[in-house]
Ligand binder design. Structure first.
Ligand code: ATP
Ligand code: MG
Length: 334
């Protein structure tokens, strides 16, 4: 086993005439948590399936510790645990039976598989459901069982495709804390998700895909710095502003505002590069007209706004695009 845990090397995948992934290259180092982001159809699942050896690349290759993930898939499967995008265990088998079966598929003996299933069930808090058929589990429990399926053979690499999609906040947060625990064990984890906050919080590095092309690779924080959206300022007034006053006030503060996110009469939320001057002008005008400010929040840009803005830039062929560590490049979204 020679080479980094994951090396995606000029991966190209076509489905008929559709190019799902275009000459994609990136690496994941030992113990690294790498996030894969991108809108629907960007090629995230295709990439993850290629990494897991479940898909024959049209061109290029994926190497897992130097082994070709497709050509040597039976060896690679033993060191990769995959939680697919959709519920994936056998509905007629119980949680225990599913996990023991998977353990054996991944090369464990019957006894080892039984022990591994028990340990995983414990870790995932599924003890009360071991004898329940997978098909009868709730959505949240199914996803927990799916994740157990990825972990049962104690793999060095874990691939999670949308692990928390469709889950309620409690189930999602439970899965996230399990992922955080896994991160401490030194495993290499690749995770895709539409929940931008989740992926930015969990991942040290992210790869952003758009129409099968990599449009960013680097630290999440760096992405926020490059875009320089300014600060998100939220102001609550003591009561609804009079319409004509708001209209005059808007003109006065417009030069400090990059983007107005919401105005509801007594609440204003904007992006600004100059929050202090904006607040000075606001305060002075409001107080001069008998209004007051009752609450102020100055926050960094939300990850969702950073991502949306980045995708708009990436879609524009004349706009900037970035590659490794956020340096401008010509790796356009195509
Ligand atoms: N088996 C397939 N046959 C034909 N086209 C496919 C197949 N799998 C994926 N595609 C197409 O390839 C493109 C990339 O799909 P993929 O599932 O990798 O995207 P994704 O980023 O995971 O999207 P989502 O966020 O919706 O899960 C899409 O246009 C999709 O329709
Ligand atoms: Mg997908």
């Amino acid at each position: 086993m020679d080479g980094p845990p994951i090396l995606v090397d000029h991966l190209l995948k076509k489905y008929g005439r559709l190019i799902a992934v275009k000459h994609l290259s990136f690496k994941a180092g030992e113990g690294e948590i790498l996030g894969i982001l991108g809108p629907n159809g960007a090629g995230k699942t295709t990439t993850l399936r290629a990494i897991a050896g479940a898909l024959k690349p049209t061109m290029g290759r994926v190497l897992v510790y130097g082994m070709n993930s497709y050509k040597e898939s039976s060896r690679v499967k033993r060191i990769i645990g995959v939680m697919p995008e959709v519920p994936s265990l056998f509905p007629e088998l119980t949680v225990r039976e599913n996990l023991e079966f998977l353990g054996k598929v991944y090369g464990l003996s019957r006894l080892e598989a039984r022990k591994a299933a028990e340990q995983t069930i414990d870790l995932m808090g599924l003890t009360d459901y071991v004898e329940v058929r997978y098909g009868h589990l709730s959505k949240g429990l199914k996803r927990r069982a799916d994740m157990s399926g990825a972990l049962v053979h104690d793999p060095r690499i874990i691939v999670l495709d949308e692990p928390t999609a469709g889950l309620d906040v409690f189930s999602a947060s439970r899965l996230r804390s399990i992922i955080r625990e896994l991160m401490k064990t030194g495993k290499t984890i690749i995770i895709s998700s539409h929940y931008i906050d989740e992926i930015m919080e969990l991942s040290k590095r992210v790869v952003i895909l758009y129409k099968g092309t990599k449009v960013y690779e680097g630290e999440p924080r760096r992405l926020r710095d490059i875009l320089d959206l300014g600060k998100r300022v939220k102001v609550v007034f003591d009561r609804e502003l009079d319409e004509s006053f708001w209209s005059a006030l808007k003109d006065k503060i417009s030069s400090y505002i990059d983007d107005t996110l919401l105005f509801t009469g007594d609440y204003l939320e904007v992006y600004t590069k100059d929050p202090l001057h904006l607040l000075d002008v606001l305060k002075e005008s409001l107080e001069g007209n008998g209004y007051s400010i009752v609450d102020i929040d100055i926050l960094p840009p939300s990850w969702e706004d950073v991502f949306k803005r980045y995708m708009i830039e990436a879609r524009d062929p004349t706009g900037f695009t970035f590659k490794s560590e956020g340096k401008p490049c010509s790796c356009g979204a195509g």
